[in-house]
Write a protein that binds this ligand. Structure first.
Ligand code: WQD
Length: 341
């Protein structure tokens, strides 16, 4: 059974990916520093799959700890690297913390993978690298634009570091997965999104407003050049996204990759406006959402949604779940989290 390391495996996308890896028969070891997650997520994963992953609390910025981990787990066949700080606004205020955490940890892991006889590496990247693309839908050939935040820059730099390393380390092959907007929760409601503090992202803010934790949702601007004036994004169900990671890993382990470094956009291919997301939530929950149109949010792009042809054709993967499925599961998860409080 192939052993796979999942860094940040107790996070939102990480935990859903661990479930899909275990469903596929992989042995999973998780590293997480618990800075933006909780060890209780392990129980959620185990409740779904019946198998508790190995977990090691570890700070990937600590070079000696990373070396010790790989000395102990020298049978790791692949790494899916989620661990990173990912709040756009925070990264503007704390650039050094973002570069040290996101780039430092990546370098230490790659240095360990160089020592293995072969290694498959999946990198958690983001459509943020495209900024406001000139053409929609966005293909993988769209130009990577100057990052609008240190967070986005760490994704761009991370991709470059991996690509250049794969060129000179013949035993290393990698895929960067550029996510659009991950939303929703596992149907079991054993795992889901656990934002700490006031949510920055749209969907957790919607569900926290509906459950009464927030007064009302502020819709950041309805004067954009879009059909209803609000921004458009490609909201992809986190379970579809998790499954794409398992497919990408399999591509590398089976040697089906065309080059040593590949990138794939992961989205539904469909854009939805902020108000369409609100309407989807109201439809599936039967609740009227309290929201107010306010001014634009600094740094928001107008519209982004994926061209999914490369992922569909080369990965043989496409999304199966809808925006309504995502909103339904996000709402069920929010209700479960609050009933536990
Ligand atoms: C979506 C839309 C907001 C909150 C970010 C990161 C990106 C990725 C996903 C990590 C926008 C609007 C939001 C609110 C609102 N993260 N909105 N009221 O900004 O597309 O992407 O998260 O990889 O890197 O940039 O997602 O959910 O913050 O916003 O009106 O309270 O919802 O203006 O149009 P975003 P988001």
């Amino acid at each position: 059974m192939n052993k796979i390391l999942v860094t940040g495996g107790l996070g939102f996308i990480g935990s859903h990916t661990v479930v899909e890896l275990q469903n596929e028969g992989y042995e999973v070891v998780i590293i997480d520093d618990l800075s933006n997650s909780s060890e209780k997520v392990l129980d959620g994963i185990t409740a779904i799959t019946g198998e508790k992953p190995i977990f090691e609390k570890l700070d990937l910025k600590d070079k000696a700890d990373v070396e010790a981990f790989f000395a102990k787990h020298n049978d790791v066949k692949g790494v899916i690297h989620f661990a990173a700080s990912k709040a756009v606004g925070e990264s503007v205020k704390e650039p050094l913390m973002y570069y040290e955490n996101n780039i430092g940890s990546l370098i230490y892991i790659l240095k360990e993978l160089k020592k293995l006889s072969s290694a498959a590496f999946i990198f958690s990247s983001s459509c943020t690298v495209y900024g406001q693309a000139d053409e929609l839908p966005i293909t993988e050939n769209a130009p990577v634009k100057k990052a609008e935040s240190p967070y986005g820059n760490t994704k761009q730099i991370g991709e470059e570091i991996i690509q250049e390393t794969c060129k000179v380390v013949p035993t290393l092959k990698a895929i960067a997965l550029r996510y659009f907007n991950p939303v929703g929760a596992h149907e079991s409601v054993e795992i889901g999104e656990l934002p700490i503090g006031v949510p920055q992202n749209l969907v957790p803010f919607i569900t926290q407003t509906a459950i009464g934790l927030r007064e009302e949702l502020s819709v950041f601007g309805d004067d954009y050049p879009t059909p209803d004036g609000t921004c458009i994004r490609d909201y992809i169900h986190v379970v579809d996204l998790a499954k794409a990671h398992v497919v990408a890993l399999g591509r590398l382990l089976k040697g089906e990759n065309k080059t040593s470094y590949e990138t794939f956009n992961l989205g539904t291919g469909k854009g939805s406006s902020v108000l369409e997301v609100v309407q989807s939530f109201e439809r599936v929950s039967g609740k009227k959402l309290n929201y107010k149109i306010v001014g634009r949010r600094e740094g928001d792009i107008i519209s982004a949604y994926a061209d999914t042809n490369k992922a569909n054709n080369d990965l043989g993967w496409k999304t199966k779940l809808s925006l309504d499925d995502a909103m339904r599961s996000a709402w069920k998860w929010e209700q479960k989290v609050r009933e536990k409080e």
